[in-house]
Design a protein around this ligand. Sequence first.
Ligand SMILES: C[S@@+](CC[C@H](N)C(=O)[O-])C[C@H]1O[C@@H](n2cnc3c(N)ncnc32)[C@H](O)[C@@H]1O
Length: 339
Amino acid sequence: MTAGTRDERDGRHEWQEWRGWRAAAQDALYAPGGFYRRAEGPAGHFRTSVHASPLFAGAVARLLCRVDEALGRPAELDFVDMAAGRGELTGGVLAALPADVAARTRAYAVEIAGPPAGLDHRIEWLDAPPEGATGLLFANEWLDNVPVEVVEVDAEGVARLVMVRQDGTERLGEPVDGAPARWLERWWPLPGEQGLRAEIGLPRDEAWAGAVGTLRRGLAVAVDYAHTAGARPPFGTLTGFREGRETAPVPDGSCDITAHVALDACALPGGRLLPQREALRALDVTGARPPLSLASTDPAAYVRALASAGEAAELTAAGGLGDFGWLVQPVGVPGPFPG
Ligand SMILES: C[S@@+](CC[C@H](N)C(=O)[O-])C[C@H]1O[C@@H](n2cnc3c(N)ncnc32)[C@H](O)[C@@H]1O
């Protein structure tokens, strides 16, 4: 009898395998037992705008109301929280809607992971967006978690796929060709300088087009860490997050694996990109401090308003969440933002 290697005994035959980052991250994040399948949920490892403040859900609720108006106040209005985590945004939006709009709203949380215990009965939990929705599809920090291939320029100036083992060790593989090579050429051309890196956003473009394609009428919004042509990061942005800290990306299921999104490449005709700072200001999230006089007339209200101003400042901060990109994609309605 042979005892087998430790990995064979653990059923982890893939340990020694070299794979592209896309397949490695797909398994590490979404296979059974993967990072996003576990009970603690994304909030256990990092803070998105949704966790930073209820002001964010309030702004999304106001956006849903604008979409409702643009649609002529339909009898049934859909809110699709795409990549919903534990449904925190879905619940926050329902809580912030005016009663007459809430009564007409069908709320969907779309998530690969299962629903949390005690989910609000008004929220329908799905593993794919509903077909033919009329309303708002909102994807906060989804696309950065859609796995992509990483490429690196070798000593001869050739862009090659980066292969990775489950322990995070990398080596270069085959030259990039076909549709991924065409995507690079169009969206992220690499000068032939050794060591430069890029992430091939094609699976994100396709994922976004698929999600937008489920809307019959309304608005789709993707919010993410973003970069655009002319300002791509020269070495890419692939990174890991574990328990609130940035870490090396290791595709073993122990950490989040994320890379900023080429949101300009995702945009479909009619789509518009704007920074979160601008989008939230247009949705009445301002970091204005309350007047000092309120402190003496109503101290409790003053403290609440001050806390709220601090949260608004975090959501709109330069060098932080305020720099996130909003890709706003109207489907059969006018765009909701002026300018
Ligand atoms: C960074 S978390 C964001 C969670 C939430 N939107 C927020 O802002 O707090 C990304 C989430 O996307 C989910 N996800 C990734 N791909 C998905 C897909 N194709 N369909 C549904 N959910 C997906 C992951 O399981 C994970 O919960």
